[in-house]
Design a protein around this ligand. Structure first.
Ligand code: SF4
Length: 341
């Protein structure tokens, strides 16, 4: 019989496995702690399990851990980018950002991405495959093990569109949240989407109450169709309607991300339209100045224009923040991930 991979299994699945080995269910909780909290690499490390159980586990299962290929540390700020190799040799990137006492891990959910947003390096790769829940969870376990620092926040903003890998992403979020997994509060996790309307509606009704960010980046369908082709399927009006419904169901505001690209979407008219579009939706607008990417011709607006855009918006919308992406010098900032070395 083929061995099963324990990485990515939830409590119920591990309970089933230990029961099939004739063990009591509480052993599953011990196993969860070893796998997710302590980052064990082998059954031999699990010293509070009997030798016999460890041997039985070794016969029927294994722990597939990702392999660190390369690590780059930013000289500009406290960001580090880690390139991991998966079981099938494919690679993904994960970013650790240390800022004002917070340690945020930016996770990938797909190898590549099929949505092809024009400003994004990941989109240029196309989709290679979805990540499995174990591979999403292992990014956190490995970063924690390698850095020796417990994350305070998780953001699903790395490679891929998380809502296109819905089941595995949801499973990983539940493992992060579980007290037998990583014990991470749901409010400390944010999922960022390009605006997949049916999945946003589904996510609003899930038990796990994570935060939602929608990457808006344009204020007309014409421009958004061009910048983010997914807009042809789910146009702005539908995305905003889903966003509003999300806030009503969750009773929590959401974030709209707006990538500022010089001469493309940073005019006074853009700011006015943006304020109008989000009116009536409890939200925060996160402005992100564009980060340069090789072979993509867009430019970053100068700092004065960024400030001006923020000021144009400010009196009209409740909260506007300016997010300077970390790790620009190591290709770890928003839109720069491509897992190529
Ligand atoms: Fe995919 Fe996000 Fe990049 Fe768009 S911005 S191509 S959704 S990874």
């Amino acid at each position: 019989m083929a061995k099963v991979n324990l990485m990515g299994m939830n409590l119920g699945e591990i309970e089933e496995l230990v029961s099939s080995l004739g063990e009591r269910p509480f052993r599953a909780r011990q196993l969860m702690k070893w796998i997710y909290e302590k980052g064990a690499e082998s059954f031999a490390q699990m010293t509070d399990l009997s030798k016999e159980l460890r041997e039985r586990l070794d016969e029927v299962s294994y722990l597939d851990r990702m392999r660190l290929v390369k690590r780059a540390d930013s000289r500009l700020d406290q960001a580090a980018k880690l390139l991991f190799e998966l079981e099938d040799g494919k690679k993904v990137e994960t970013v650790l950002i240390r800022e004002s006492g917070r340690r945020t891990i930016c996770l990938s959910t797909q190898v590549g991405c099929p949505l092809g947003c024009r400003f994004c390096a990941t989109g240029k790769i196309g989709l290679r495959r979805n990540l499995k829940a174990g591979e999403i969870v292992d990014q956190v376990v490995e970063v924690e093990r390698l850095s020796g620092e417990k994350p305070t926040n998780l953001v699903l903003m790395g490679m891929g569109e998380p809502l296109l890998n819905y089941e595995e992403v949801l499973k990983s979020l539940n493992i992060f949240n579980s007290s037998y997994g990583l014990g991470m509060g749901a409010r400390k996790m944010i999922l960022s989407t390009a605006g997949l309307v049916p999945q946003i509606e589904r996510l609003a009704k899930e038990k796990i109450k994570i935060g939602l960010a929608i990457s808006l980046n344009a204020t007309t369908d014409r421009l958004r169709d061009w910048l983010m082709p997914i807009n042809r399927k789910y146009p702005l009006r539908e995305v905003l309607r889903a966003a509003k419904r999300f806030t009503q169901i969750r009773k929590r505001r959401i974030t709209f991300e707006y990538l500022l690209i010089a001469g493309v979407n940073d005019s006074f008219d853009d700011a006015t339209r943006l304020a109008k579009l989000v009116k009536g939706i409890p939200c925060k607008i996160n402005l992100i100045p564009y980060n340069p990417i090789a072979n993509i011709k867009f430019k970053r607006p100068d700092p004065q224009r960024v400030e001006l855009f923020k000021r144009w918006l400010y009196p009209l919308t409740p909260t506007v923040t300016l997010r300077e992406s970390k790790g620009r010098d190591i290709g770890a900032a928003c839109g720069q991930l491509r897992a190529l070395y």
